[in-house]
Design a protein around this ligand. Structure first.
Ligand SMILES: [Mg+2]
Length: 340
């Protein structure tokens, strides 16, 4: 067994097959703790690197192939939905999976465990994807349905249902007068969409939502809960959306880690360990990129979906690789499936 130690950002040029495990010398706080540390989204202080330094996503295929060739690894693929598998569309209800991507995804899911992880309710994503062999994780990883091969289900944050319902109702009324603003219920979180709101009013919607959540629904502010039980909501930004979710230490990254721990426990009997590949396009996917980089190092591949190699991203990322669009993601997954 070879253990590798890296100080901060994993050098992209370090061949992943050199070490079986890579550890950071100074693990960083979880991104989900930002609300309590006062940091703001995009202000990653460690394990980050500039988007311009990322490698083309297709490079990762050759590295995955090399690692699988050793016979001691097994691949798990995690895929975000909106903006990754499906193009971003004006109407969130019309974010259908392109037929070509569905065929490719079906092929991939027949070869390796494949997880579709989204901020949407898992039933919503399942209805868009409609493939049986997929593991569906919804509500930013708060809920997950296993498959015949991966017989584990997950539910986190169920005690926040009441505050989520109250927050949804309050915010729905608060933006009712704004043309184009719409709320989407995602089971254990919800989304405020402002893509169709006029440019002049978008900032007002953002400020209104953040102010209401901060003043009425933060931990300790809401009076509707069970006495003695602290519940609260928090807001995360995204692509023309605000994600409102339970203020607890759980996110896409921790869900991914939970899945990999279950996978590794099963693989241990065969003297194998998992390697993972995560593809996502938005801020909440950074939780997964960071978790994989800091916990799994060279055993993971974080791929960001962003135009122009991520140059216009406007934030730092913990992904090591980049793909241009959902069309490129389909080509990547097809090429990956060809090598398996
Ligand atoms: Mg997305």
């Amino acid at each position: 067994m070879v253990l590798g130690i890296f100080r901060c950002a994993l050098p992209a040029s370090l061949p992943a097959s050199l070490a079986h495990l890579l550890y950071p010398t100074n693990p960083t706080p979880r991104v989900s703790n930002m609300a309590t540390t006062g940091a703001t989204p995009g202000s990653f202080t460690a394990c980050s690197h500039d988007g311009a330094e990322m490698e083309d996503g297709f490079v990762a295929i050759e590295r995955v192939k090399q690692m699988l060739g050793s016979g001691s690894h097994s691949l798990v693929v995690f895929l975000d939905y909106d903006g990754t598998l499906s193009p971003i569309v004006t109407d969130p209800k019309a974010a259908f999976l392109p037929e070509k991507t569905k065929v490719t995804l079906q092929r991939l899911a027949g070869l390796v465990p494949t997880v579709v992880i989204s901020g949407r309710a898992k039933e919503t994503v399942r209805n868009f994807v409609q493939i049986d062999d997929i593991i569906y994780a919804g509500s930013h990883g708060f809920k997950l349905d296993g498959t015949a091969q991966f017989q584990h289900d997950l539910e986190v944050g169920l005690d926040h249902k009441d505050i989520l319902t109250a927050g949804f109702s309050r915010l729905e009324k608060a933006v009712a007068d704004v043309c184009g603003a719409q709320l989407e219920w995602n089971d254990l979180c919800f989304t405020v969409h402002y893509r169709c709101v006029g440019e002049g009013e978008q900032e007002s919607v953002i400020n209104r939502v953040r102010k209401i959540v901060e003043e009425e629904f933060c931990v300790g502010k809401w009076e509707g809960g069970t006495p003695g039980k602290a519940v609260g909501l928090e807001v995360r930004g995204g692509k023309m959306v605000l994600e409102v979710r339970p203020s607890i230490d759980w996110n896409k990254g921790m869900c991914v880690s939970w899945v990999l721990e279950k996978m590794d426990a099963a693989l241990k009997k065969e003297n194998k360990m998992s390697i993972s590949l995560y593809i996502g396009d938005d801020v909440t996917d950074e939780d997964a990129f960071q978790e994989l980089k800091c916990k799994y190092g060279g055993l993971s591949f974080g791929i960001l979906v962003a135009k122009d190699g991520g140059k216009g991203l406007g934030r730092k990322t913990n992904a090591n690789f980049v793909l241009d669009s959902p069309v490129a993601v389909e080509s990547f997954l097809a090429a990956l499936a060809d090598t398996l």
